[in-house]
Design a protein around this ligand. Structure first.
Ligand SMILES: C[S@@+](CC[C@H](N)C(=O)[O-])C[C@H]1O[C@@H](n2cnc3c(N)ncnc32)[C@H](O)[C@@H]1O
Length: 272
């Protein structure tokens, strides 16, 4: 019986590549939180490393990733996030998800990453479950949510209250009936501004670049979701075997929207 339990189920998704990175404390601060993070993640704790090494820096209240001198922080009340909010750049994402003045759907963000899209959706009033399979990113998402809960900005606190973080491979979960699934799979050939490109390189080092969008789309299609929204580079082919119900195209990204009235409670097609 025990050997039967050990058998791999052919339907299980393959395990993703495991990246182990050192955790270092902020110089001059207590190393306790860094040590706890290293222990929780199963990563080595080191007093210091070369800045060319991919590593996680953890201070008493802050944490960030470093690669080749590039720093990546998840901070939901940063100036950049507040600028994005004021600039109305979230409008296209909100419309793709189906957000209206009187309608804020429950969203399952199955590709959490740095949590920026998830936070934008929470800020637009949606309840968001954000799932991320790379442990260090899930740890940073949880830390960013905790920091946002005590932000001095009331909107940031309220948005953070609408977010839940799941450290998991989304394909092992079933989403609640009627949820909107949001997918933003890695796309190696994205053309980006230099700073964003460095961030993308860091994400690709952490996440599996073979990060299979098609696989995620197949999983999403089997869920009782009312809508699936996929972020794609403007000229990339659509994922999956079904044509999108409609697409919303911005300057550099496109949102392919699959409305599935029979699967859930929403089913209102924007018809764009
Ligand atoms: C391009 S990033 C998403 C960026 C995100 N939308 C943001 O605003 O920061 C893609 C992320 O999806 C994650 N991912 C890919 N497949 C996944 C899966 N099956 N389950 C959970 N996370 C997954 C990767 O680890 C990576 O962090």
């Amino acid at each position: 019986m025990a050997s039967q339990a050990m058998q791999t189920n052919a339907a299980d998704p393959p395990p993703s590549r495991v990246v182990v990175l050192p955790v270092v404390p902020v110089q001059g601060e207590s190393p306790k939180r860094a040590q706890a993070a290293a222990q929780a993640l199963g990563y080595p704790f080191l007093p210091r490393v070369e800045s060319s090494t991919l590593h996680l820096v953890v201070g008493e209240t802050d944490a960030w990733l470093v690669l080749d001198g590039t720093t990546v922080r998840l901070q939901f009340d940063s100036a950049a996030m507040r600028h994005r909010r004021r600039g109305g750049q979230n409008e296209l994402l909100g419309r793709a998800i189906g957000v209206k003045a009187d309608r804020q759907p429950q969203v399952w963000d199955a590709t959490g990453g740095l949590g920026r899209d998830a936070f934008v959706l929470a800020d637009l009033g949606c309840g968001v479950t954000v799932s991320e399979r790379v442990p260090v990113l899930a740890w940073l998402l949880t830390a960013a949510k905790s920091a946002a809960l005590v932000s001095s900005y009331v909107q940031v606190r309220e948005a953070a209250e609408r977010m839940s973080v799941l450290a998991a491979d989304s394909r092992l979960h079933r989403v609640p009936e009627g949820a909107v699934i949001y997918l933003d799979p890695m796309f190696p050939e994205r053309k980006k501004a230099a700073a964003v490109k460095k961030e993308a390189v860091l994400l690709q080092r952490l996440a599996d670049t073979s990060d299979d969008g098609e696989d995620l789309w197949q999983w999403a299609w089997q869920q009782p979701a009312s809508r699936i929204v996929v972020k794609r580079p403007v000229r990339a082919p659509a994922l999956g075997t079904q044509a999108p119900s409609h697409s919303l195209t911005g300057k550099s990204v496109r949102f392919d929207v699959y409305v599935r009235p029979s699967a859930g409670v929403d089913g209102q097609d924007e018809g764009e």
